[in-house]
Design a protein around this ligand. Structure first.
Ligand code: SAH
Ligand code: SF4
Ligand code: F3S
Length: 447
């Protein structure tokens, strides 16, 4: 590979989950600390980081089409961008990317991206490099301080997964479960507030598997951490995602009734309503035990909005088993839910299970499930009409004079009136659709 001039502009494109969005922000901060600036909108960047997702085949294939597009755009502009592939595809298929895509000069996994600045220097000197280590040395400690963030900011508190659901790549791409230290998290939460955040969303593949020690050396769990972050005066709202049914504790349920700043929203994936399928997925919970958990959350916080994830067409899923999923959805009445067609992933046990479900069957089941979910989402939003709630203003809406923010129940609320980004305003919810609500500002809320 020939030498190139040091990049002056960058673009980071993140795909997949919120943890990738968080990693993308941290990579951008590192590049900025190196004196590289964000490429202006509509202009090709000198350095492009594709921060990829491996969760389903479609997501993973996207990286190759993106590389192709970058190469073409570069040829048309008469120059070659430096391309780095980061994220979970980098971890899973690093060598293959290097072999298939000569235009890529850097491949860096999710646990090694603090080394990206050094890799860039090498790439400028003409050296291609792959780094998919999962080093013991703390990645987070090597990252620069958080600078400018929006009113709603992410904070990764836990990474990795030890659950090994039979369909899932995450334990392989992100490694074993680790918790970031308590003191580091409090410091980062404070910095986020100094940089403009009002709401902090705690992130992890299994966020409620977090454990640590408080300042006095006492061991604490996820609920202890949430309470400590709520005690920071500049934090106005706390959210978290994604939690796992098997790591739910009494304290975690109780905190929903105790911590005022904790928003009434719970994303607790279940994947299927059939116990036979759940067992084959290695989920270690049943439909019934999941429903019991939700009942306890609702007892602690009656207005809690519930959300989940579903996979249709897992190998061997029969029509009656799929109908059990529909029945579970009917019982819960989700405020929001995400559903996916099963995608066989290389190296996972389920990819070699017999009885893979036909594509047409999956399509049809997905449609039925999504219709049920949309119906419930609309009903949940319609149930909010007439309510007054606080909305954190996140950005301008598409129409002139319009704003967009989130209700406590994570609903997108469009409204007009006196407001600014970062304000907390009291809004009357007036009109509901399946994905958003329209509201009317009543008054600003004193911080
Ligand atoms: N750690 C989280 C989320 C993991 S990925 C959890 O366990 O809840 C997000 C979602 O993607 C999963 O909840 C699951 O619904 C879906 N997913 C994961 N692997 C998949 C696969 N091979 N095919 C289809 N959907 C998948
Ligand atoms: Fe994947 Fe299961 Fe771990 Fe979630 S809990 S990341 S679905 S292996
Ligand atoms: Fe995708 Fe990796 Fe997140 S596979 S969903 S980016 S953990």
């Amino acid at each position: 590979m020939r030498q190139s001039t040091p990049p002056r502009t960058y673009r980071v494109k993140s795909f997949g989950c919120q943890m990738n969005v968080y990693d993308g922000e941290r990579m951008a901060e590192m590049l900025a600390a190196k004196g590289i600036t964000p490429a202006p909108e509509g202009e090709e960047a000198d350095l492009v980081v594709l921060n990829t997702c491996h969760i389903r085949e479609k997501a993973a294939e996207k990286v190759y089409s993106d590389i192709g597009r970058l190469v073409k755009a570069g040829e048309e502009a008469g120059r070659k961008p430096l391309i780095a592939v980061a994220g979970c595809v980098a971890q899973a298929e690093g060598e293959e990317i290097m072999a298939r895509a000569p235009a890529v000069s850097m491949v860096v996994g999710p646990q090694a991206y603090h080394r990206l600045p050094d890799m860039i220097d090498k790439a400028v000197a003409g050296e291609r490099a792959t780094d998919t280590d999962m080093p013991e040395d703390a990645k987070f400690a090597a990252l620069p301080k958080r600078r400018k963030v929006g009113p709603s900011a992410f904070l990764t508190i836990q990474e990795g997964c030890d659950k090994f659901c039979t369909y899932c790549v995450v334990p392989y791409t992100r490694g074993a479960e680790i918790s970031r230290p308590f003191a580091d998290l409090l410091r980062e939460a404070e910095t986020l507030c100094e940089s403009g955040a009002r709401e902090i969303t705690l992130l992890g593949q299994n966020v409620n598997a977090w454990t640590g020690e408080d300042d006095a050396g006492r061991s604490i769990g996820f609920d202890g951490l949430v309470k400590a972050i709520a005690a920071l005066p500049d934090v106005q709202r706390i959210r978290y995602t994604t939690s796992h049914p098997n790591d739910v504790t009494e304290g975690m349920i109780a905190m929903h009734g105790e911590v005022e700043k904790l928003m009434p929203y719970l994303h607790l994936p279940v994947q299927s309503g059939s116990d036979r399928v759940l067992k084959a997925m290695n989920r270690s919970h049943t439909a019934e035990s999941y429903l019991k958990l939700l009942e306890r959350f609702r007892a602690a916080r009656p207005d809690i909005a519930l959300s989940g994830d579903f996979i249709v067409g897992f190998p061997g899923e029969t029509e009656p088993e799929f109908e059990e999923t529909l029945q579970l959805v009917d019982k819960v009445g989700y405020a929001q839910a995400f559903s996916f067609k099963y995608s066989p992933r290389p190296g996972t046990p389920a990819a070699s299970f017999e009885d893979q479900v036909a594509k047409e069957v999956m399509d049809e089941r997905l449609q039925r499930l999504q219709a049920a979910i949309n119906r419930d989402q609309l009903a949940f939003n319609e149930g909010s009409v007439g309510r007054t709630c606080e909305v954190l203003v996140e950005r301008k809406g598409k129409l002139p004079g319009q704003w967009l923010g989130k209700s406590p129940w994570l609903q997108s609320v469009f409204f007009e009136g006196e407001a600014a980004i970062g304000d907390m305003v009291r809004v009357e919810l007036a009109d509901a659709g399946p994905n958003s609500l329209k509201g009317r500002v009543l008054e600003p809320v004193a911080p």
